[in-house]
Design a protein around this ligand. Structure first.
Ligand SMILES: [Zn+2]
Length: 92
């Protein structure tokens, strides 16, 4: 499978930003000898949650994921964040 720079290798969605380095550095590639792999911000958040609440981030051999482990939570968080932004703009 060919993965273009615009596609997140973890969720296989076109949500990557350029340059690649401004995306989230995957927690699966943080050991000294690992090849750096960047994932979209949602996957970066997902890996952080997996690391905090489960036994660590999903290994690359299981990529791409059908659905992020905490996908529902992340979408709710993004919605709540968008609401906050909207409320901020409405003030005045
Ligand atoms: Zn992703």
């Amino acid at each position: 499978m060919t993965v273009s720079e615009g596609t997140c290798p973890r969720c296989n969605q076109h949500t990557m930003m350029t340059p690649i380095e401004i995306n989230a550095l995957s927690r699966t590639t943080r050991k000294v000898n690992d090849v750096s792999m960047w994932v979209c911000s949602e996957c970066g958040m997902d890996e952080g949650l997996e690391d905090a609440f489960l036994s660590g981030a999903t290994k690359q051999e299981h990529w791409p994921l059908d659905e992020r482990t905490f996908d529902y939570f992340i979408r709710e968080t993004n919605l709540a964040y968008a609401d906050l932004l909207n409320e901020g703009e409405g003030n005045g």
